[in-house]
Design a protein around this ligand. Structure first.
Ligand code: SAH
Length: 501
């Protein structure tokens, strides 16, 4: 974050504008709209400014800027055509701690002014950090269309009732839910339609009902598939429920980009195992879900990919059923679908594969892989191994020794669907060595089968595949020395659903 967004209360505060042209006129207009006391220092005045000076709306000082103009000011906007003077004003303001903005010179700005959508008292400010003001304006236009002009009225209505609601409903969670039902329900429709007295009457009834109802708010668990990483692969339902959750428990496979879309003030709890820390067992995790829902929270259980594909989602739900906790399940794009699509590898294809099998490469406690190898040896079947990276050599050897051809096309996709996706395309007999020399790390998905040969033709996303036996030097790819993982994925999760462990 390059700039810290704030809304500044300028009513009756002394502000200075230097310059008397059109730009200064726009800046003075905004300051006046915010109720500031504006002093304008300039040698020439545009007509609108002259009018405001005549009407006493601003104090006009008809001369060049002098340092003492800054005394006692909250902020200054320099909008003269003299860039040296503008810079001087910025430096002097900085020296005495007055907030300064030189129009169109981001380097000479302590603050910048955003594009705004004004539905006062509701205000939306958009900034590109001075990098692309036109983009901010385009976005503003889109938001202008989305948000009805009457939203301001709704914000005003809610503002008048806020203290009353706070004193009647003490639990913050219950209060938030009450407000959501008001702001999205029939009360808001009345406000939008200008029927204020009906809105107030309906509001009073709703508040009384809420206060009277002794029932504890009913908590709920949303088991949500977060997809393989790219946040645009979330479903609309996932996004909606993520936006209304009070608390989120997430695995380390959930990408930071996806986590960013959870409601800002929701409590975030990582259930990934942290190095050197006590591991939350699956039973502890189930208990935690039940406890949080029992307190009336809407609990988002966010899992990488799809919660029902190697995600232990089923186990968590059985525990919820036993504890009588209501839940919803939102499917997600599983790693197999996401990685295959973004690597250009169709999982089935009329010419190459009639079926696809998802297999876990996770070893049992005794170190064995419990895989029915004979059922996998079929040249027209695509095999997708989850959690297969650490057992990759063994997997490839077993497939070969059970009869799959050595030259069967095979691929590994690391961090599929994310911008740092890496793809290694090889053959069954070379895949393990190629993946080792490319230093792929978790999360990586393995795809074996004739469909893999389409990866080259259908390449459309990220870097092209790293071909078999390619060395880093010859590849021309600037592979990073250390491959970045998700920022918060310090270690493997407590359960096998979230890592290669
Ligand atoms: N429920 C998840 C799978 C959890 S098992 C899903 O449906 O996708 C964890 C394994 O999934 C990882 O070891 C890896 O093999 C695979 N995986 C998950 N996300 C991945 C990604 N973005 N890129 C590559 N593999 C991924």
């Amino acid at each position: 974050m390059d700039y810290f967004p704030i809304f500044l209360k300028l009513r009756n505060q002394h502000c200075l504008v230097v310059g008397g042209g059109d730009v200064a006129t726009r800046k003075v207009a905004s300051l006046l709209a915010a109720g500031a006391d504006v002093t304008l220092v300039a040698t020439d005045l545009a007509s609108q400014l002259a009018e405001w000076a005549m009407e006493g709306k601003i104090v006009f000082v008809p001369r060049k800027f002098v340092s003492t103009d800054l005394c006692g000011k909250r902020l200054v906007i320099a909008a003269t055509s003299d860039s040296a003077l503008n810079l001087q004003i910025f430096r002097e303001a900085e020296a005495i701690g007055v907030l300064a903005n030189v129009v169109d010179d981001p380097d000479a700005c302590r603050f910048i002014t955003p594009a705004i959508v004004d539905r006062s008292p509701l205000m939306i400010a958009i900034s590109s950090g001075g990098k692309a003001p036109v983009l901010s304006r385009l976005l503003r236009q889109k938001i202008e269309i989305l948000i009805p002009a009457t939203y301001g009225r709704l914000a005003g209505f809610a503002g008048n009732l806020r203290a009353r609601v706070k004193s009647r409903i003490t639990s913050p969670g219950a209060r938030r839910r009450f407000w959501e039902s008001i702001l999205e329900g029939p009360v808001s429709e009345k406000v939008f339609n200008g029927q204020d007295s009906e809105a107030n009457a309906l509001f009073d009834t709703s508040l009384e009902q809420q206060v009277q109802s002794q029932a504890r708010p009913q908590g709920e668990v949303y088991l949500i598939g977060a997809g393989p990483g790219d946040p645009e692969l979330l479903t609309l339902k996932a996004l909606r429920l993520m936006q209304q959750s009070d608390v989120v428990l997430y695995d380390n496979l959930v990408s930071p980009q996806v986590l960013d879309l959870v409601r800002r003030d929701a409590k975030r709890i990582s259930v990934a195992k942290k190095k050197g820390c006590h591991t939350l067992s699956q039973a502890d995790l189930n208990r935690e879900l039940i406890r949080l829902a029992g307190e009336g929270n809407r609990v988002c259980r966010l899992k990488g990919g799809d919660p029902f594909v190697f995600g232990r989602g089923g186990e968590e739900l059985v525990a919820l059923v036993e504890a009588n906790v209501p839940f919803q399940v939102v499917p997600g794009i599983s790693a197999a679908n996401g990685c295959a699509a973004y690597a250009g590898i169709p999982l089935t294809h009329r010419d190459y594969a009639d079926s696809v099998t998802f297999i876990t490469g996770h070893r049992k406690n005794n170190g064995d892989l419990d895989i029915p190898w004979f059922s996998l040896v079929n040249n027209r079947q695509t095999l997708v191994f989850y959690m297969g990276l650490s057992s990759l050599r063994l997997i490839c050897e077993q497939l070969q020794s059970h009869g799959l051809a050595l030259d069967t096309p095979a691929a590994a996709v690391q961090q599929g669907t994310l911008e740092n996706q890496r793809l290694v395309v090889s053959r069954l007999c070379d895949l393990a060595s190629d993946v080792e020399s490319a230093q792929l790390c978790s999360p990586t998905l393995i795809i074996v089968g004739q469909v893999v040969q389409l990866a080259e033709t259908l390449h459309w996303f990220g870097k092209p595949a790293r071909a078999s036996n390619q060395t880093d030097d010859a590849s021309g790819n600037d592979l990073p020395e250390a491959i970045p993982l998700f920022a918060h994925a310090h270690s493997f999760s407590n359960n096998h659903s979230a890592g290669e462990a």
